[in-house]
Write a protein that binds this ligand. Structure first.
Ligand code: 6LW
Length: 509
């Protein structure tokens, strides 16, 4: 028997795709404007995962562009393994490098290759390696289509064929093809990646169809179920070494009614059983917060960094902790880890600007959690600032800010919700070093700080409602980040803000 909780990857880990090589499972998720792009995870038991790297780690692979935050750049990927090589196929929907491309690697931890561009339009690409050696591209562009492809060169082979378009719900997308017991199966998402999300499946004797819809479609949805997980869809199937089948999919966990979610779309695991050549997902097609299945899985806790775990980072060594992301491609000099510190040298871009800036963030992965940052910073000019932010996008974030106003060194709270912005609770503080603290709950983000001269005394600067930093209030496809930032607010800073320690501590959900 195996019991596990969902999500298996908490926080912003949307559009999961999975493959198995021997006893090892590998999973990738979409990453949008964050860099490195396309995180890669490894597991032996589908439940405990470690992050082993990213596919897009070099500026030469992807140019992430500003524009419409939260819903552009790197969309849904697919990971497959064939004949000793890993393939990840993905869409960058913006900028001069937009389009579908493949990267490959012998080691999924990387390095991954330079992109192999593909001539196919649309999003949500997938690859299927057929037994006769033919490789098929499936994608979504005004419907689901398929085309033979040379994955080494990216060349299309033959024509594109529209195939099954789902059961008639809107937005058929996220297609994946499998060959199981001599039949071709097409699994796709439909209904849109919100509360009407679902997955549907069809089968055919030919990869080109015609496909017969499963009699109990949608095979996966949480519509009509009173469950804390909603918007389940965008699934990918995998068989374990014991012949049991599973699916990963995305889901959201709303804060409360009306359903608003702040952690982004998260990766869920669903047991799958087969009857009469059709799959049955989860419990009555639904993704539960907890499953107990008779599928015996080995329990193996990987050694690497696991999303959802506590992290204390003292910035030792040269490499950033794997949980950190830049917003867009990193700009040399803005964020630097050296000599056991993290140095942020703010440029002219304000935190609220949709632009590359001195910003380093990690996902909020729990409703209830605490983040702390030890900061050493004496702003030399009015407007120079550094701090700790709960950040959804440039237009929606709350932060505690160490700054200088009218020549006075101080700490204050700033909140931005779209066009509304307020800086308040200004507290004079001349200490060079302080600890900033963010306490997250389902209802409220609370900020406080303790100055070096009184390290045990945390002074509140206030906070803001969790409900306004949600996808429904002002976001799109990503989840909230807990971020360190610095800015010269109109001119580059002379001296860096220096962070000595950062801690992320999960709380009781
Ligand atoms: C993803 C597609 C979608 O590529 O959103 O709404 C895109 N549906 O499946 C980004 O997650």
């Amino acid at each position: 028997m195996t019991t596990f909780q969902n999500p298996i990857l908490p926080g912003f880990h949307p559009d999961p795709s999975i493959c198995r090589v021997g006893e090892d499972f590998y999973l990738v998720t979409s990453s949008f404007e964050y860099f490195p792009g396309i995180p890669v995870f490894h597991s032996r038991d589908l439940i405990h995962w470690e992050q082993i790297g990213h596919c897009l780690t070099r500026n030469s692979q992807v140019h992430l562009v500003t524009g419409a935050p939260n819903c552009l750049n790197i969309y849904a990927p697919t990971i497959r393994w064939h004949d000793g090589l890993f393939y990840v196929i993905v869409t960058c929907v913006t900028g001069d490098n937009h389009g579908n491309f493949i990267v490959t690697a012998k080691d999924p931890a990387g390095p991954w290759s330079e992109p192999i561009p593909l001539p196919f339009p649309g999003i949500d690409p997938s690859l299927f390696f057929d037994a006769d050696g033919t490789v098929y591209y499936t994608g979504t562009d005004d419907g689901i289509y398929l085309c033979a492809v040379n994955p080494e060169t990216g060349e299309a082979i033959g024509e594109r064929h529209r195939i099954w378009q789902g059961t008639g719900a809107n937005n058929p997308e996220g297609p994946h093809i499998y060959r199981i017991n001599g039949m071709y199966y097409l699994l796709l998402a439909q209904g849109g990646t919100e509360l009407c999300h679902m997955a549907a499946i069809a089968r055919s004797e030919s990869v080109y169809g015609p496909y017969t819809s499963c009699p109990h479609n949608p095979v996966l949805t949480n519509i009509g179920h009173n469950l804390p997980i909603k918007a389940a869809g965008h699934a990918d199937l995998v068989e374990d070494t014991n012949g049991n089948w599973w699916a990963v999919c995305l889901g959201i966990r709303p804060l409360a009614y009306p359903f608003r979610h702040n952690l982004g779309r998260e990766t869920m695991l669903v047991p799958v059983r087969w009857e009469n050549g059709w799959p049955f997902f989860g419990e009555d097609g639904a993704v539960l917060p907890q499953f107990t299945t008779d599928a015996a899985l080995p329990t193996e806790i990987p050694e690497g960094y696991a999303p959802g775990s506590a992290v204390t980072d003292t910035f030792s060594g040269d490499a950033l902790h794997p949980s950190w992301n830049y917003c867009y491609n990193p700009v040399p000099g803005l964020v630097e880890q050296k000599d056991g510190t993290l140095r942020l040298l703010g440029n002219a871009a304000a935190l609220s600007e949709d632009a590359p800036k001195a910003w380093l963030g990690r996902r909020q992965e729990h409703f209830c959690c605490t983040a702390e940052a030890d900061l050493e910073f004496l702003p030399e000019a009015d407007g120079e600032e550094a701090g700790l932010s709960i950040y959804m996008n440039p237009g929606h974030h709350y932060e505690i800010v160490r700054t200088r106003q009218n020549g006075q060194l101080c700490v204050l709270l700033r909140r931005r919700i779209g066009s509304l912005c307020a800086a308040e609770h200004v507290i004079p503080c001349a200490d060079a070093r302080m600890t900033l603290r963010l306490t997250c709950s389902r209802e409220w983000y609370q900020f406080s700080f303790s100055a070096q001269s009184a390290p045990e005394t945390f002074v509140s600067v206030g906070g803001g409602e969790a409900g306004y930093l949600t996808t429904e209030a002002g976001g799109c496809f990503t989840g909230n980040y807990i971020a360190l930032f610095a800015s010269g607010n109109g001119k580059p800073m002379k001296n860096a803000a220096v962070f000595h320690r950062f801690a992320y501590l999960p709380g009781a959900e």
